[in-house]
Ligand binder design. Sequence first.
Ligand SMILES: Cc1cc2nc3c(=O)[nH]c(=O)nc-3n(C[C@H](O)[C@H](O)[C@H](O)COP(=O)(O)OP(=O)(O)OC[C@H]3O[C@@H](n4cnc5c(N)ncnc54)[C@H](O)[C@@H]3O)c2cc1C
Length: 582
Amino acid sequence: MTGEVSDRPSYALAADFERVLGDPAASGGPFSHAETVEHEELGALPPGAVDLVRSWGFSRYLVPEDFGGGLRNLEQLVLLTRALARRNLTVAVMFGSALLGVNPVWLWGDEERRALVARGVLDGDLACFAVSEPDHGSDLGTNETTASPDGDGYVLTGEKWPVGNATRGRFLSVYAAVEGIGPSLLLVDKRQLSAGSWDNHPFVRTVGLRGHDLSGITFRGTEVPAGALLGRPGAGLAQILQVLQITRTAIGALSLGTMDSVLRIALRHACSRVLYGQEIYRIPVIRRHLVHAHLDLLIAECTTLPVARALSVAPSRLSLWSSVVKYLVPTLGEEVVQESARVLGARGYLREGVASGVFQKLQRDHAIASVFEGTTHVNLHGIASQLPTVAQVADRPAPGQDGVLRQLFDWSQEAPVWHPSGRALRLTNATEDEITRGWGPAVAEARLIAERELAVSEADALLKVLDALSARRAAFYTRIAAESLDAATTEGQDRAAEHCVHHAAASCLYTWLYSFAGERASAGGTGWLVLVLQRLLARLDPTAGLEESLLPWLEELMFARLDGPEYFSLRAVKAAAGTAEG
Ligand SMILES: Cc1cc2nc3c(=O)[nH]c(=O)nc-3n(C[C@H](O)[C@H](O)[C@H](O)COP(=O)(O)OP(=O)(O)OC[C@H]3O[C@@H](n4cnc5c(N)ncnc54)[C@H](O)[C@@H]3O)c2cc1C
């Protein structure tokens, strides 16, 4: 390690945002749980919440530095979004939907349109991504909205629904078939539309995210000016798949923030609720729920952050990797919510009481993470369709692999600055997958470290779980390489889900190799790795358990982080291991 993770500008920025948003468990402020619940009951956001986010300058981080904003890279935005999501997912989704709406402009817009949208967003305008239609969701190639050429411009006809920010948003990236050419993306600025040629739908009533503008828009022969077309005419379907790679990754932040909050609420409850004369944390199954939730959160972080960094390190890998994040992290998030609900018992079902009753809102809100921007099924389908190619090279190290992995997993360094370019994003990874292909050399290095640096019991536990995962992995990729896998089958879905477990295990191992060099021989510096790998192994082999002797250190850390501003995160593990005796 070359420096402290906590020194990095992105972490310092997120810490400042945290400070401004305030402690959600405290009684006042627009981001307190109490205010959030009170106003959600009315279907609204707490007064002052959006203003506070804007006045802090969050909108700057929706605009890349290249276009006059403050966004340096996706990791930075993921860290900021996690801070918002930890408090109020509705506000996080409002800005996330805006990012989705403007990303096509950053990727394919001309200079004039980039400047127009950048100015608007920096002034507080919202945007939306208008793709879904009442009769078309995941079947992207079949949408019915059309854009007929009309002089230099186009005439739009059709209905987009349901769309986040469709009413409040000024800018829309609209997916429409240009007559005679095919699906394309067009930038629409509502200020340039003639009144009466379009209208918004009423807000849709939703299970969660109450107060979010989920609505729609109907175009009835709406004229849009020349220059509205983003990128190459007819490239719309490919553009949608490319632009979603960025926000699918960012959705990991929605889950990370939610996981932190629900675990915090459940752990506090477990430490204060007394049954049979003792805190319920002492009931073995309650303890297990919380330990599992903490480990799953760490796995989710190890999986999300490197893919966010990949946008500016190795963007061509995002086709596969963003779908891994979009499937696995919301799935882990749902499981962590479920584990926390079990701990809370009846209190998890109330709209008042523990943590002002915010748990049920977090639960309802988070359910969207596995639905929008490609459902879990759609992402697994995308992964399955790439698996046969990846399996062919799974045991062959990739050229330049160590350099790429270091940039993704050495979290002491800022990720490089993102210079948006549509050309950098691809529709498949082909064989470019350092995370899968690096497993063999990484295990060999871990073996050397275990022999040279670790205590015997810890080394044995690490090697045992690595051997078990390696054996499963070898059988898995060998079988896929030998057989033809049909991505459209349920087997395709199951295989894709298993690939995500191997991807996550590799991500945890690389995080330890590249970010824990100074801590791995200290108490706790390797134990977390053994435990998260055992947790991942248990997804493939339910008989696999956790190493009990390694748990107390991590539990102590969990309790220590309960009331401070620090997240439950690898950063906290690293800091604690760094100060521990070996
Ligand atoms: C809160 C919220 C915000 C939203 N924001 C936006 C937005 O900003 N912009 C926008 O355009 N849309 C938005 N949407 C719409 C959202 O993106 C779609 O709902 C989502 O893409 C799924 O489409 P669908 O609901 O029509 O499901 P369908 O496409 O009808 O799918 C039905 C079922 O079939 C499964 N399925 C579909 N294809 C496959 C496949 N290939 N393999 C296996 N199973 C498959 C699905 O997983 C699902 O279970 C939003 C929706 C919500 C609820």
